[in-house]
Unconditional design. Sequence first.
Lengths: 437, 67
Amino acid sequence: MSDILTPRPESAQLNCPKCTAYITYYDVAGSEYYACPNCHAYFRYSGEETPKVIGSYQTPTHEVPLIPLGTLGMLGGFRWRVVGFVERYEYRSEQYRWTEYQLYHPETAEYAQLAQYRGHWMLTRPNKEKPAQARFNSRSVTTPEGTYNLYNRYQARVAWAVGEFDWDIEGDDQLKIAEYILPPLMLVQERASDKTVTWYRAEHVEPSEVAAAFGLIASAMPIREGVGAVQPDPSTTRWPALRLLTTVAFFVLLLTQIGQHLRYPDRDLLKASLQVVADTTAKSAPGTGKVLVSPSFTLDHQAALEIDLTTTLNNQWLELPVSLVNEQTGQGFEFTKNIEFYNGVEGGESWSEGSRNADAVLSRVPAGRYHLNFYPFTESGPAAPGIEVRVTADPPLWSNFFVVLLLILIYPIWQYLRRASHETKRWSASDYGPSAD
Amino acid sequence: MLERFFISIRPVWFYALLLLLPLGWFAWGATTGTRLLGDDNESTETLGAPGTRGSHGHAGRGLYFHK
């Protein structure tokens, strides 16, 4: 005798035992519990006996089904039909409400739940394998995919339902549920009163995917609030690449800095001691010093020059305009340094203010023979100060290194803070976050 | 190895291109001897050649303040 496959009927109809309205149902062989879309009676019908009314949903629903019952859609690579809709809430915290669409896969007669909470969607299916290291009260569950962390523990109640179900949804009241997350995945543990444990695996679904799958208008989708329990950080996929690129850019920067320093090590072109001498000619204002001219020095290639000035100031100030003069072209570079240094003893404690030193950097000074001219102006009275001058070619210019390093780090730092903020928002809705005891 | 690197950074290829700007700016500063944040030159005569964007406040004689 050969096996003859009887085609499974795509749908069937029954009458609501309370209002006699026609109800179309799709899992003809499996569905046993029904919630009437007309009178909201909840009844059992196994196909043989007379339908038996169990109860009726009177509570006004907060959310009506967005996806009409009977709608077909491709989601997660499977063709699903929406056959049921349940609005649930946490038993001890009724403000936490979510909706679940019962999805039926006609070809395999498998089920999945499409859950929606504050605009965040998850597709939940039975987990075929029990996680190896899972105990009921554990704070985490380790699987080959990684470690799932406890996110929520609760008992649920049904607020409202419509459609067909292959199990008694009211019986779920007794279940103790624990949710463990490893975004974008979630493991859901359901523990029945007889200590039977069932595992489900949920995965984040973007609202746009849901809309595309069931032909919904994107603007009609619930607005997302906060960060979903398993909503992936949008930058997660980019983060490893960004970290690698930033590390490489840092070493390129560092090697360029070191390479430039090895190619043109900083070298002293001039070291000289000069003494300010008061200009006593009648035309000069009191405090004016005679022009000081440094010895000449040669720069063999275009470079930055650093000019360090160390004075012997003591309780006085010095205004010091300086000119760097190219002796061949007459080209001049100028800068002015105002230096002051005061010190003393007051109330038995010594104090000092200002500094005896100053420095200046001149960029892109062409090759050539140069000398420095100083035009000192200081307060008359105290002894005229001395000036030690040192000219260095090719100073390391670490400010360039740090400015560019900062530019390189701005985007990665912003991304890092964004990731941190995303995780903080995610766990703010949980009692079991990293900051919880 | 280089090919693997380019494959690895594919998710941020646009940022990789953008990074060439600061790195190029740095290389230009290093080869020309330029302090990128500006130097201390105040001379209007050499405005075209070296960087003349003074990074320090410059006080003339008339503005000089002291105790």
